[in-house]
Design a protein around this ligand. Structure first.
Ligand SMILES: Cc1ncc(COP(=O)(O)O)c(C=O)c1O
Length: 353
């Protein structure tokens, strides 16, 4: 006898990338964190925040951040809702739009949390494979019978970018809500927000975890038409973002220069890493994100992942269709990337010997 709902009993749950303890000295290229620290303005806020504010509940709407985000994307306050990371916003999407037994679709491979959220909701997942080059099956997505289509752009774990005009066309054809997960958009050609701001059925999810180096903070926001935003507000916890994170998120968003400079460093390392991995025989999917999906030459990708781990370098490996021969590598600092490349070179020499 179980106390749980049947779907909870039957599901496995999300498996996050390994988070080694603070005392473990590893090069961590497995969860697409930013290798550079957050803006110094964040530190200033943390130093200067009056700790007695914690006595009171925070602003339930995080209006300070809503207004800054609205200015950044040239929309209004009513077009923005804040959340405890974009993962929470994805949960809200499922809760608000997809009932038990209803359908939600996405292209595969993609972010491995989506199926887990569908399982929690007891929703039916419709998974449509991407093309051989991992570009999206836009026609199939446009005509799928589902309440929601989720498009991750640039996609994870492939790094493939879908032109924003194509997303706008998808929104015109699809009968439900299109959710664009832009966790990595700052590393790519741009956001879909300007192209879809007149659409009644598009929500764009943004996070401070990646480009703003704030994965530990847990802050994200959704941008969309006021009625969709109002529905998400009804479904959210009252105080879903805390008083300190509201101040920190506001400071980070106001330092665009810092974020952009780090993004540029990562882009330039992404190009160098792509070239060097290709020289080492890896087949690298062209990426517009802060990670690379690379097919491992000759031997198994799992062995490569284990070997790197034994050498103190964490990358990500999935034993899943179309991914089992590949590893996903987060772009690190030049030093971290050099260490990865040196380990792969040593591995190649050892195998030749
Ligand atoms: C595609 C995608 N969306 C969302 C998230 C989660 O972002 P957050 O830290 O804001 O919950 C991740 C994290 O890795 C991701 O890869």
């Amino acid at each position: 006898m179980s106390y749980f709902r049947k779907n909870i009993d039957e599901m496995t749950g999300y498996v996050p990338g390994e988070q080694p303890g603070a005392d473990q000295r590893v090069i961590k290229l497995n969860t697409n964190e930013n290798p550079y620290p957050p803006s110094p303005r964040v530190l200033q806020v943390l130093r200067e925040t009056d700790w007695t504010v914690l006595r009171k509940y925070p602003d339930p709407m995080a209006n300070k951040v809503r207004d800054i985000a609205a200015r950044l994307f040239d929309v209004g306050r009513r077009n923005v809702v804040c959340g405890n990371g974009s993962d929470e916003l994805l949960t809200l999407v499922l809760r608000a739009f997809v009932g038990e037994g209803e359908r939600i679709a996405w292209p595969t491979p993609t972010y491995s949390l989506y199926p887990v959220l569908a399982e929690i909701q007891a929703a039916e997942a419709v998974e449509i494979p991407t093309r051989d080059d991992f570009t999206l099956p836009l026609d199939e997505l446009a005509h799928v019978d589902a309440k929601v289509v989720v498009v991750c752009n640039p996609n994870a774990p492939t790094g493939v970018f879908t032109p924003v005009e194509a997303i706008a066309d998808l929104a015109d054809c699809f009968g439900g809500v299109v959710v664009v997960d832009e966790a990595y958009a700052d590393f790519g050609p741009g956001s879909a927000i300007p192209a879809v701001s007149d659409k009644p059925n598009v929500l764009v999810l943004r996070t401070l975890s990646k480009s703003y180096s704030l994965a530990g903070l847990r802050f994200g926001f959704a941008v969309g038409p006021p009625d969709l935003i109002a529905g998400l507000v009804k479904a959210k916890d009252s105080y879903n973002t805390d008083a300190v994170s509201i101040e920190v998120a506001a400071a980070a968003l106001q330092d665009q220069e810092w974020m952009r400079a780090n993004v540029e460093k990562i882009r330039s390392e992404r190009a160098r890493l792509t070239q060097r991995l290709t020289q080492l025989g890896f087949d690298v999917t062209p990426s517009e994100s802060n990670f690379l999906l690379a097919r491992v030459p000759d031997s198994g990708a799992e062995a490569c992942y284990e070997d790197l781990k034994a050498r103190g370098i964490l990358v990500r490996y999935w034993n899943l269709p179309r991914l089992a021969d590949k590893v996903r590598i987060t772009v690190g600092t030049p030093g971290q990337n050099d260490a990865l490349l040196a380990a792969l070179e040593t591995r190649r020499e050892e195998k030749r010997a």
